[in-house]
Design a protein around this ligand. Sequence first.
Ligand SMILES: Nc1nc2c(ncn2[C@@H]2O[C@H](COP(=O)(O)OP(=O)(O)OP(=O)(O)O)[C@@H](O)[C@H]2O)c(=O)[nH]1
Length: 293
Amino acid sequence: MSLTQNYKLNVIQWYPGHIAKAEKNLKEQLKRVDVVLEVRDARIPLATHHPQIDEWVGSKTRLLILNRLDMISPQVRSLWVDYFKRQGEVVYSTNAQHGQGVPAVLKAAQAAGVELNQRRRDRGMLPRPVRAVVIGFPNVGKSALINRLLGKRVVESAARPGVTRQLRWVRISDQLELLDAPGVIPLKLEDQEAALKLAICDDIGEASYDNQLVAAELVNVLNYLQDVATELLPKKPLESRYQLDSSPHTGEAYLHLLAEHRYKGDVERAARQLLTDYRKCLLGEIPLELPPN
Ligand SMILES: Nc1nc2c(ncn2[C@@H]2O[C@H](COP(=O)(O)OP(=O)(O)OP(=O)(O)O)[C@@H](O)[C@H]2O)c(=O)[nH]1
């Protein structure tokens, strides 16, 4: 069953030119590397996956990283770890802002270098550092991860999504070099349900959307999760924060009530506040996706 029941089609608008350019840039970056560090948002590990990634990455080593570890509970995190294990994938969880989990990513990337050099030696070639790139949707924490891997601040990490930078190799150790500019994964045009989740989490770059529709969708998803996975969510997160229970209402109706209740009828302000509070984790540790059974 789909998490989002009431979303309307084409709520999220993209600029097709930007998407084509992002895809071209990403492919350019991927051509130069041996290892790909794919960062996803731990709140939405499926919506931050692009169906063409496997094709683009090809036979290179790919490390899967769930970032924003601090924004979901340890219980939900371990459900995801198990889910990916069942899919045959090792997943690394990180908090790129504070550094948790980053040493394990570094170790795995360097281990890929050891394998690469073994293959080079077997073919009579000289060893060289493994070359890696960090990729992911806008604003998932790619720059923060690069800075943590480097142990210093060389890449701008900003709350503003979609910041562009130029390409440069940075040596992390004798075994590992990293492209200092992360690869931005282009949005999937056709999947509006995923796009809504990206918009709720602010992982959507320059796409334009209606705050009120996106905030209403957040309420719908929270109501749905509250019904199907009560034990995995904080208790009544909206009621706790705004003293207004969301469960009897649709997202849209709740937004209007919240506007009346707290913002003198200003629905846009209510929508922005709700989204900001969610993005700052002020509603608690709330995933928008749970692993499918
Ligand atoms: N709470 C939390 N915030 C994080 C984490 N990682 C990054 N951030 C914050 O998220 C915001 C975006 O991080 P960036 O590293 O700029 O993300 P990016 O993917 O490089 O973004 P673009 O340049 O837009 O593609 C910044 O405000 C970071 O401080 C994390 O693990 N937890």
